[in-house]
Design a protein around this ligand. Structure first.
Ligand code: PEP
Ligand code: MG
Length: 738
């Protein structure tokens, strides 16, 4: 019998006659571990850890010995949430000596955080006189007991306070990364795996294993059902859900749940145990795609818990509810969306992850990277999720909340007014036509073409579907997707961008980049030209999908005319083979790398359209990582150097007869859109959520009146980092909705 199994069997016997006193539990753990000491510390108000049970330390130190969070090895374990395993604890610089405990005689120390639903509730520590590091099995035993103790403490209502009375009412502000724009105000719903299992210790592992098998079958069936059913609104996020189905079929993590069952846990407790292990591993992984896979598994763990206890899926939520989770898989996100959540804050999510992709597609405001949020948030707390500014305000002051509520009401009223804008002509107040198109990455976004009345697709990011799926699709699969895109667009133009992988967009099986600066590394078109098979396959799929219709293809991250010509050469070579040939084949380039600015005269001879990718162009122009929250907003698009560049590009393209559009984030921002239009760049591509707002703004703008003002600002600029303020002042004076 394994150590864990034997210990859990004893614990079950002990608890069978009623709740076991903590003193008995720590004695049992000490005996099982052949340890001289086993102690339990609970987190009390004011971030203080109190010794509440011990075997081996002086009994009268119980209730008297206190450590602050971060103080001593036990305090470090609580503060970091990490296991501390030391052979020579007393000589560790952080060792905090407490004479009343008599612990100087113990050299080795294993401290394991007691955690429930992401909250630290205390620390379980084991000590031995002789110096040694505890083995992996022993750590496993103590972690399992720590999990049980967390539940026992919570169930007994003796849950240590997570925050003191003051902390629970304090306003907290979390700087995060915007995953999908928008604003939500309402009660927080803590969506973590927090509801623990009712029973932990199993009599018969065979019965538990059978329960697990049945739950797995039910969970996989549910998932299939979800995939077949598609999205709540009848859409099909297949690319994303299929990836989850693959993870569900993967036996690796299921086997680990089986191992935990064999150690004596119930099926529910085993799932919680494996999910909590994953959470710990997650903290250490930096690769965004591995993290995504683990998030998928956690998503499945939550589903498995539902299948095990037969609990119903979450139901409708209160209006404005903001879901707060540590991680969120795509299936969970869809389910919560169907429950009516108004926004989500995810502690660990990248903007290229599944959750972000889906949130954008669903128009659900979302924030990622709000570190530490789960540790302080309580369900029912009021929060403001401002995904436009990348911040979450927890328990806001009433004036702040009122201001945001006013903004939200104004926005809703504006939205209601947008509906009628859909069919209105795209012409400014002074008669300049403009064209607003969509940035799209998934098939499920296509219905937005009609719902917002877009003029076409100004950027189809072909890598998104592959990232969502977790693998490169073959030619036939790609052709089917591109064909759907062209069908949905009808007569409207679609600018397909070839694969833009690498940098922060990595497929799971891609080797992790060993470059210091992956964004400037071997990515995107550079990879495509060095390994042309993938690009050829994609081009063939595009040509097949066009099936005689017009086709427009552009290349990302072009840095030299030579690169552009090489890529175009591949396109032409494939086009010469495919029948029927597209009725019209247009080739374009993204302008993202500043070096292209000095090559425009040659470049523009060879292409029919050029699209400014402002996200990357700004990143490379100002040497400012686009994903760094610390740099967000530091450099302004509405600055004299950028506007000079735009004016130059506009002149050059116009003279060469090459169409020009902007497809980066700036196109969706009101002041930027106004400025671009005034500079003659009237073809803008953006997410659907911004399109009608931008249309309303431009329809009321008198560009003829604004242009001389803008020119004056540019001519008189002398070293200003931004012209935003005077531009905004003009817009406000002219009652524009910016
Ligand atoms: C850009 O860089 O502006 C762009 C549109 O491309 P992506 O955001 O996909 O890098
Ligand atoms: Mg780019």
């Amino acid at each position: 019998m394994s150590g864990t199994r034997r210990l859990l069997t004893r614990l079950r016997e002990m608890m069978a006659s009623g709740a076991a006193p903590l003193a008995d539990i720590v004695r049992l753990v000490a005996a099982e571990m052949v340890a001289e000491v086993c102690s339990l510390y609970a987190l009390r108000a004011g971030d203080v850890l109190e010794l509440i049970a011990t075997y081996g330390l002086r009994p009268d130190s119980v209730g008297r010995t206190h450590l602050r969070m971060g103080e001593g090895i036990v305090g470090i374990s609580a503060a970091t949430g990490k296991v501390q395993n030391l052979a020579d604890a007393q000589n560790h610089p952080a060792f905090a000596y407490r004479p009343e405990t008599g612990e100087e005689q113990f050299a080795s120390l294993l401290a394991v955080p007691v955690r429930r639903g992401g909250h630290i509730m205390g620390v379980l520590a084991v000590q031995n006189r002789s110096p040694r590091r505890y083995g992996a099995d022993e750590v496993d035993v103590v972690e399992t007991v720590a999990m049980l103790l967390a539940e026992a403490l919570a169930a007994a209502g003796a849950a240590p306070v997570i925050e003191d009375a003051l902390g629970a009412t304090l306003v907290r502000q979390f700087e995060s990364v915007s995953l999908a724009p928008g604003l939500a105000i309402g009660p927080v719903l803590n969506g973590g795996l927090s509801a623990g299992p009712r029973n932990f210790l199993a009599k018969d592992p065979v019965v538990e294993q059978e329960r697990l098998e049945r739950a797995l079958v039910a969970m996989r069936r549910d998932l299939d059902h979800l995939i077949e059913q598609g999205m709540p609104a009848g859409q099909e996020p297949r690319e994303v859900l299929e990836a989850t189905r693959l993870v569900a079929a993967d036996d690796g993590w299921v086997k680990r749940v089986g191992d935990a069952i064999r150690s004596g846990l119930t099926a529910e407790a085993a799932v919680v145990r494996v999910a909590s292990d994953l959470r710990d591993r997650m903290r250490r992984i930096t690769d965004p795609y591995l993290r995504e896979r683990l998030a998928d598994i956690e998503d499945l763990a939550a589903r498995l818990m539902h299948a095990l206890d037969g609990a119903a899926a979450p139901g409708p939520v209160a209006p404005g509810t903001i879901l707060v989770v540590r991680r969120l898989g795509p299936a969970q996100l869809l389910q919560w969306h169907a429950c009516g959540i108004a926004g989500i804050a995810i502690e660990e999510a990248s903007s290229s992850g599944h959750a972000a992709i889906l949130a954008r597609a669903l128009g659900l405001p979302a924030l990622g990277g709000a570190r530490g949020l789960m540790d302080v948030v309580q369900s029912g707390d009021i929060a403001i999720l401002d995904a436009d500014e990348g911040q979450l305000i927890l328990r806001p002051a009433s004036e702040v909340r009122e201001n945001y509520e006013r903004a939200l009401t104004a926005r809703a009223a504006r939205r209601a007014g947008y509906g009628r804008l859909r069919r209105e002509p795209s012409v400014t107040a002074d008669g300049t036509p403009f064209s607003l198109m969509l940035n799209v990455g998934l098939a499920l976004e296509l219905e937005q073409l009609d719902s917002v009345g877009a003029a076409g697709i100004g950027l189809f990011r072909t890598e998104i579907a592959m990232l969502a799926r977790g693998a490169v699709a073959d030619t036939a699969e790609q052709a089917a997707l591109y064909s759907r895109v062209l069908d949905a667009a009808g007569d409207r133009p679609v600018l397909f961008r070839t694969l833009d992988l690498g940098g922060d967009k990595l497929l799971p099986d891609a080797p992790p980049p060993e470059e210091e600066n992956p964004a400037m590394g071997w990515r995107s078109l550079r990879v495509a030209l060095d390994r042309p098979a993938l690009l050829r396959r994609q081009i063939r799929a595009l040509l097949l999908a066009a099936a005689g219709r017009p086709l427009s293809v552009m290349f990302p991250m072009v840095a030299t005319v030579t690169e552009f010509r090489a890529a175009r050469g591949l396109l032409y070579a494939e086009a010469a083979r495919v029948r029927p040939a597209p009725s019209r084949l247009q080739v374009g380039t993204m302008l993202e790398v500043p070096a292209l600015l000095w090559q425009l005269p040659s470049l523009l001879k060879d292409c029919q359209f050029l699209s400014i990718g402002s996200n990357d162009l700004m990143q490379f122009l100002f040497a400012a990582d686009r994903g760094s929250p610390a740099l967000a907003g530091r450099y302004d698009f509405l600055s004299p150097p950028v506007l000079d560049i735009l004016a130059y590009v506009q002149r050059q393209t116009e003279a060469a007869g090459v169409s020009l559009s902007v497809c980066g984030e700036v196109a969706s921002r009101p002041l930027e859109a106004l400025t671009l239009a005034a500079m003659g760049i009237t073809s803008l591509s953006m997410p659907a959520s911004s399109l009608l707002g931008t249309k309303g703004l431009l329809r009321s703008a008198d560009l003829g009146a604004f242009r001389p003002v803008l020119n004056g600002l540019r001519e008189n600029a002398s070293g200003e980092a931004s012209l935003r303020e005077p531009i905004a002042a003009w817009a406000r004076e002219h009652s524009l909705d910016v």
